[in-house]
Write a protein that binds this ligand. Structure first.
Ligand code: AMP
Ligand code: MG
Length: 512
């Protein structure tokens, strides 16, 4: 790998603490602290992402690079550091948080001059680790590695995963926070993103009233990541906020399209670029359920439930607006942008749903149609992904029986009639399309994945990896690269009943 091309312009530009001290502490006045990763002595490679490595300019992996993936043999040009950010967690101001188990390696440019940042996740404590150890377990690292790649190949903006290595160390975790700590295998990943900046970075500096740094970080962000904004315009910050707001809405619409539930949409887990970031207790929907939250910490409030994600994104944008207020100083314009979020979001959302249904445009009557569909899905417990795969293939005579494999419960006579009535309405609606049935099916195929990385698959994959078996991991890696094709028919089934209610399948904790 071309490690000599990695540099750290961020730490040259902003105030930082270069002491290398990893003691947990508040760090007023600085945006980062330099910190060295743990050098894991007996690393074992599980996965390296060759394609991504080439794409970002790091080149080929060679045997001698293994140490680097596990924190060792860092060349002189790499200066590692952890950044300070804050956040609102579950609706409450949490103050300083920061990279508690992420360590920046700096950034690299490819031949097209596109810059990518690199981070270890799980390479040890930083000043921001609070009471934790900065390590990560194999379970959560496998989940992040595979899911961030799955989200990428679904065409959704996300951080990505370059490598997954077992550290050879054991880590103690109380997975369900119920007083049962266990040893688990430790792992470290390298993840990449155009930028890892979060809403929380801006919230922290603003709360600390370090307004010069706030302005500098905003200018840096606009200049590097928002080239479409004219940096000489006086109203550039408002335009920037509007842009962040739209990118965030676009992301959530994409999550709705594929049935992704993030699980912990705290403002410290919100990317300023609208990327999916911080893979924790996430899940795809199996059965459609607007109230579904995979995160046990989110019960009973269900703040981050599937159907709430748009509203929560908007709430998070309010917090960001407060943080950016000193730069914009115009309440009215911020209010207006925040109020417009809903309209923008729902317009995109409805267009997305229309695409899933193979409809070329939205008619006035469609909103009622969508609502009717939603209540049928919710009431009848239908598999979200399989439903649309089947719908693409219906003929004049298809009825509820054709959808049997997508139901999680036996349908009553009444439910069956409702479902069949719905299909009738859908068929009638299709006749109003200006595009042909084939074109409509192509639209559906492009917008409805055939493969989603269900939690039960991850659960099985992790159990196998814990016994050093890699077959399922390899298969999942392959399947997720072509989610709109059916590579392995055995993955195109609803969640088998035996996984219902199992920790790690339908409910997950934040423990990682
Ligand atoms: P999360 O809820 O995972 O987004 O994390 C919230 C805060 O806790 C962030 O500052 C994380 O960096 C920190 N954190 C989470 N897990 C760990 C860990 N194992 N070691 C150190 N810090 C952690
Ligand atoms: Mg986080």
């Amino acid at each position: 790998m071309n490690l000599s091309k990695i540099s750290s312009p961020f730490i040259k530009k902003f105030p930082g603490d270069f002491s290398g001290n990893t003691q947990q502490r508040q760090t007023p006045g600085v945006l980062f602290c330099t910190v060295k990763p743990v050098e894991f002595e007996h690393p074992k490679l599980i996965a390296f992402n060759e394609k991504l490595s080439e794409e970002i300019g790091l080149g080929n992996f060679e045997e001698t690079d293994l140490g680097f993936l596990a924190g060792k043999n860092l060349p002189e040009n790499i200066e590692t550091y952890a950044t300070a950010y804050a956040g609102h967690q579950f609706g409450n101001w949490a103050g300083q948080l920061g990279d508690g188990r992420a360590i920046y390696l700096g950034e690299i440019s490819n031949v097209l001059n596109k810059k990518t940042e690199l981070q270890y996740k799980g390479a040890g404590a930083t000043p921001y680790s609070r009471t934790a150890d900065g390590r990560a377990v194999l379970r959560s690292s496998v989940r992040e590695y595979l899911m961030s790649e799955a989200i990428h190949y679904l065409g959704i903006k996300t951080t990505r995963a370059l490598s997954l290595v077992k550290t050879g160390e054991n880590v103690v975790r109380d997975e369900m926070y119920d007083g049962n700590p266990q040893y688990e295998k430790g792992a470290v990943i390298i993840r990449t993103a155009e930028s890892f900046l979060r809403f929380g970075h801006f919230e922290l500096i603003s709360a600390r009233k370090e307004l010069d740094t706030l302005k500098e970080l905003a200018d840096f962000t606009i200049e590097n990541y928002f080239p479409e904004i004219d940096k000489n315009k006086p109203e550039k910050y408002a335009e920037w906020f509007q842009n962040i707001s739209e990118k965030t809405a676009d992301l959530i619409v994409d999550w709705f399209r594929v049935g992704f539930v993030h699980g912990v949409m705290n403002t410290d887990n919100m990317s300023i670029l609208g990327l999916t970031i911080d893979y924790g207790p996430f899940s795809f929907l199996d059965e459609y359920d607007l109230n579904f939250t995979p995160n046990t910490t989110d019960l009973p409030g269900r703040r981050y439930a599937f159907g709430n994600q748009g509203k929560m994104a908007q709430w998070n944008l309010w917090q960001l607006a407060n943080a950016l207020f000193p730069l914009i100083n115009d309440e009215k314009i911020l209010q207006e942008i925040l109020n417009n979020f809903s309209e923008y979001f729902w317009k995109k959302h409805d267009k997305m749903l229309a695409n899933k249904f193979g409809l070329d445009e939205i008619l006035d009557s469609d909103l009622e149609f969508f609502t009717q569909w939603q209540s049928i899905m919710q009431d009848l417990k239908i598999d979200y992904t399989l439903f649309f795969n089947k719908l693409e293939l219906i003929t004049e005579s298809s009825d509820a029986k054709f959808f049997e494999a997508t139901f999680y419960e036996e349908l009553s006579k009444n439910s069956r009639d409702n479902f069949n009535q719905f299909l009738k309405v859908y068929r009638e609606r299709l006749t109003k399309n200006k595009i042909s049935r084939e074109e409509s099916q192509q639209l559906m195929a492009k917008n409805n994945p055939k493969f989603i990385l269900r939690n039960y698959l991850l659960y099985e994959c992790i159990s196998e990896l814990n016994q050093d078996k890699t077959e399922l991991f390899k298969k999942l890696r392959k399947a997720l690269e072509q989610p709109y094709e059916e590579i392995y028919p055995e993955f195109s089934i609803k969640r088998p009943a035996k996984y219902e209610g199992i920790v790690g399948c339908s409910s997950l904790s934040c423990s990682s």
